[in-house]
Design a protein around this ligand. Structure first.
Ligand code: SF4
Ligand code: SF4
Length: 301
């Protein structure tokens, strides 16, 4: 998220605006909680009598995280509701925004089933640097020259700095794609070999992810890593039934299906920490026999 924010000049809006639902991140991490069915009944029906059981459950859920960004849908529902065609496919079938065409109807955001479009409510770049001063100083606010210089140094010069009243979203780091294409064209010269080789560049989020969980590449090349991953049986599309045909797909999480392995879970339900501990022992105690931060093993951590 942070890599995307700094690469793409995404404004940091502050706590007050986040509380009003106006966060601007182009990429968010969704969290899903799961637990065996007998524990799931506490979720959503919380009442005070169940508090103890609820506490037990909430301390022992399994969490799955899922990065959620623009899916670059082939049949993009955000595009056909825009009255001014400010969001369209480009020649490479990316779903792109033309900021200076956007007239702020926000229809696209209403029609995006993945809720990944973010509206720029204020000209955040005209906000005072002084904490506690007003959020937006108005269109005629004069910022001191040295303040502008400081602000400019924090921006990526390859990406537009948006103003208020435009819809924003992930571009698949289109500036990086353009740079790679230009560099390849220069390198190719008269040979005409302008296809950017795999691995030349990637998006900011993929570059920053230490686990390599995000893979970006050329879908037209059947041998690219992303094309090969997409052929795996565990590849799936979020909200598949809406037929938006996203380019971005996910790989299902692998759980151990081998009944001979000690961490195999026979019912097929995801195991929680308590269940794991019963079968495998407490991994924290093995890793920290003295306890964490000097706490007694088995004590509060
Ligand atoms: S994910 Fe949303 S914003 Fe992105 S192309 Fe699909 S409908 Fe449009
Ligand atoms: S591909 Fe680029 S713009 Fe899209 S979420 Fe990743 S870093 Fe942000």
């Amino acid at each position: 998220m942070m890599a995307c924010q700094s690469e793409n000049n995404v404004p940091i809006v502050g706590r007050d605006q986040v509380m009003r639902g106006r966060e601007m991140h182009w990429l968010r991490i969704d969290r899903y909680y799961s637990a065996p069915p007998e524990k799931l009944k506490y979720f959503g029906t919380f009442n005070i009598e169940d508090k103890q059981q609820f506490d037990e459950w909430i301390d022992d859920v399994q969490v799955v995280t899922q990065p959620m960004l623009c899916q670059h849908c082939e049949a993009a529902p955000c595009e056909n509701v825009c009255p001014v065609n400010a969001t369209v496919h480009d020649q490479e079938d990316l779903n792109v925004m033309i900021y200076n065409k956007c007239v702020s109807t926000r229809y696209c955001s209403n029609n995006c089933p993945y809720k990944v479009r973010k509206f720029n409510y204020f000209d955040y770049n005209k906000r005072s640097f002084d904490i506690g001063k007003s959020l937006y100083m108005g269109p005629f606010h004069k910022r001191k020259d040295d303040e502008w210089d400081l602000l400019k140094m924090s921006k990526n010069p390859d990406v537009t700095v948006r103003m208020r009243g435009v819809m924003e979203k992930c571009t698949f780091c289109v500036q990086r794609i353009a740079q790679a294409k230009i560099a390849q064209k220069v390198k190719a010269g008269e040979s005409g070999d302008v296809v950017v080789p795999e691995g030349t560049f990637t998006t900011a989020c993929a570059q920053a992810c230490p686990a390599g969980a995000i893979v970006f590449g050329n879908l037209k090349d059947p041998n690219s890593k992303v094309s090969r991953l997409k052929k795996l049986p565990r590849d799936y599309t979020v909200l598949d039934f809406l037929l938006t045909k996203p380019r971005l797909t996910y790989l299902a999480k692998i759980r151990n299906q081998n009944a001979n392995m000690p961490d195999y879970y026979k019912t097929g339900w995801p195991y929680t920490f308590e269940e794991y501990k019963d079968k495998m022992g407490n991994p924290f105690e093995e890793a920290h026999p003295e306890g964490l931060n000097g706490a007694e093993p088995g004590g509060e951590k």
